[in-house]
Design a binder for this molecule. Structure first.
Ligand SMILES: [Zn+2]
Length: 231
């Protein structure tokens, strides 16, 4: 077999190998933690903390109201018991009852406000939590798909490397070295010749060059420098 054909076959394997190796590193960059999942998780944790804080405020407001109601009941009992006859003392007590009632109304408004915030936050925790579950499930499916794609690519790459070795073993090491250097410079080292045209640079070859290619000699395109292979 002529060297140009052997090098062309090697190049086909090398290019396929390169594209599969690129696909592998692309998949490798997508494997691992998902930013979307991490963000959703952080958002949920913050909202849960906010809910806990609101619930704590709600309990504390309720305790304060209970405490106030006890004080108010005691003050009202005293006021209406008839045991206090001193007008100044009665007025003072009436003021105390009024003050406690005003404070109770204030606290009840505050408790209602907190309760409505608790309800809203509970709803947003529930929706964030289901969003997180959805993202995690999606991420899990993607990771499984990527891992299985990766396994398939690794098998293909290992086959191609085997082919590469077999082909290389049949070619003179000096020619392989020359081919590799040329390929490094140009991306492809061997160009097909079809209808008298070099497919590396799309330039028509001279009759002499074509004759040399036909004779099986190792010929390079005078324009692009690639090794010519008559397909
Ligand atoms: Zn050319």
């Amino acid at each position: 077999m002529n060297v140009a054909k052997q090098l062309y076959q090697l190049q086909e394997v090398d290019l396929e190998l390169e594209s599969n190796e690129q696909a592998i590193s692309q998949i490798a960059s997508q494997l691992g933690e998902s930013q979307a999942v991490v963000r959703a998780h952080t958002k949920l944790t913050l909202e849960q903390q906010r809910l806990e804080e609101l619930e704590r405020q709600q309990r504390s407001a309720e305790w304060e109201i209970d405490d106030l109601m006890v004080k108010l009941a005691a003050a009202e009992d005293k006021l209406y018991s008839g045991s206090i006859r001193n007008p100044k003392e009665l007025t003072n007590l009436q003021h105390e009852v009024d003050g406690l009632k005003a404070r109770r109304d204030q606290l009840e408004d505050k408790a209602l406000e907190i309760m409505s915030q608790v309800e809203l936050t509970e709803a947003s925790v529930a929706s964030m939590s289901s969003e997180l579950k959805r993202l995690e499930a999606k991420w899990h499916r993607q990771q499984q798909q990527l891992s299985s794609d990766m396994e398939q690519l690794k098998v293909i790459v290992s086959d191609l490397k085997h082919k590469q070795q077999l082909l290389s073993a049949q070619i003179d090491p000096g020619e392989i070295k020359f081919y590799q250097e040329l390929k490094k410079q140009k991306g492809t080292a061997v160009a097909k010749v079809e209808q008298g045209i070099c497919f590396g640079c799309r330039i028509s070859l001279s009759t002499t060059a074509l004759q040399q290619v036909r004779s099986g000699n190792l010929v390079r395109c005078s324009n692009c420098g690639r090794i010519l292979f008559l397909a």
